[in-house]
Design a binder for this molecule. Structure first.
Ligand SMILES: [Zn+2]
Length: 361
């Protein structure tokens, strides 16, 4: 995610902080200042912020560890003002598993709220679960309130909240996955309007939340429909079949000519008809600066590269293409090079299929 800084690693998962999380911190600071704080109050404020911070991390860790139980790894955790995002390597295919993964986050907040309540009771501190304002009930009460708020907010059954995922999981047992996502996303967008309007007349922070909810709901709906467009199709349907190759003992001059003459940027490299490497435009440009036009392709090409099989499922090959961050993936069939797969080309394929499916008869 853009505008994120890596702040550490937990249970083997990198944790990032998104710039907008700082806005949440500013919001609480302003609230504290408005309440007229002294040094002790300011110190309580700092402790409180760190506690909220830890809470959001624990919430996401709840999702990540639940997913790990189903054999799904988490790429990273990013902390956002409305609760953070645990980016799972894939979404559980069994709806019931997605349900548990979604509910694990809010469950952590409820557990923390419960523990806070017990601690408060042991210390004989009165806490009110509804009091988000600083002052009256002290840091403990406010911490309890924040956790209840996070749990309840995330349980709202609309995308992109956890409750939306839980709802989709339940709907997915009856409807097709894309339809289930659309319903949960439409609820999220409707809710964003309600938040936005209510925020205009009450708390401006709600308008800010509305924006996040709207963006999250829209993004989920479009990424699911893109994945659905790829589902059940072999790589051969979306690969580039009209492409140029280059020989391992060609000079870079030849590669430079091909890049200029056509629209292809990355080339599979052959030797005696066998695929032995990939020459990307970036590698070519770097090598031209270092070695000039006379260097040989074999000395510059990538010897290690990912390939896809023409009969492989497109969805699977595409997620590998995204994961390896390679510009191009050669497609082979029975050991012979038959095509190329690029993110742009798959994008065009999705676009065309989408346009055709919207046509009314
Ligand atoms: Zn969550």
């Amino acid at each position: 995610m853009k505008w994120s800084w890596r702040i550490g690693t937990l249970a083997g998962i990198p944790v990032y902080l998104h710039g907008t999380f700082l806005l949440l911190i500013v919001f609480f600071f302003v609230q504290d200042l408005a309440a007229g704080g002294n040094v002790a109050a300011a110190f309580a404020g700092v402790v409180f912020l760190l506690a909220v911070f830890a809470t959001v991390v624990m919430h996401e860790l709840g999702h990540a560890l639940a997913a790990r139980r189903f054999g799904i790894r988490t790429r990273d955790i990013t902390l956002l003002p409305i609760g953070g995002v645990a980016r799972l390597e894939r979404i559980p295919e069994v709806p019931r598993q997605e349900l548990w993964v979604a509910l694990a986050g809010p469950a952590v907040n409820l557990a923390i709220a419960g523990i806070t309540y017990l601690v408060a009771a042991a210390l004989r501190v009165t806490v009110s679960p509804l009091d988000l304002e600083p002052g009256a009930h002290g840091t403990l009460g406010r911490f309890l309130a924040v956790n209840l708020w996070l749990a309840l907010f995330n349980l709202i059954p609309a995308f992109p909240m956890d409750g939306g995922r839980a709802l989709r999981a339940l709907l997915a047992e009856r409807y097709e996955y894309v339809k289930a996502t659309d319903i949960a996303a439409a609820l999220g967008q409707g809710l964003a309007w309600v938040f936005g309007f209510a925020g205009l007349f009450t708390n401006p922070f709600l308008v800010f939340i509305a924006l996040f909810v709207w963006m999250g709901a829209t993004a989920e709906a479009s990424s699911v429909s893109a994945r659905a467009a790829l589902a059940g199709l072999p790589v051969a349907r979306a690969m580039i079949t009209d492409f140029r190759t280059i020989e391992a003992d060609d000079r870079l001059q030849r590669a430079a000519e091909l890049v200029i003459a056509g629209s292809q940027q990355d080339f599979p490299v052959l030797e005696a008809g066998r695929l032995v490497g990939v020459l990307t435009r970036d590698a070519l440009v770097r090598a031209l600066a270092e070695r000039g036009l006379d260097a040989q392709v074999r000395d510059v090409m990538a010897h290690e590269f990912e390939t896809a099989d023409a009969r492989e499922m497109l969805e699977q090959a595409f997620s590998r293409l995204q994961a390896c961050r390679c510009a191009v993936m050669p497609v082979v069939s029975d050991g012979a090079l038959v095509g190329l797969l690029t993110a742009d080309n798959v994008g065009e394929y999705v676009l065309i299929r989408g346009a055709l499916s919207q046509r009314r008869h």
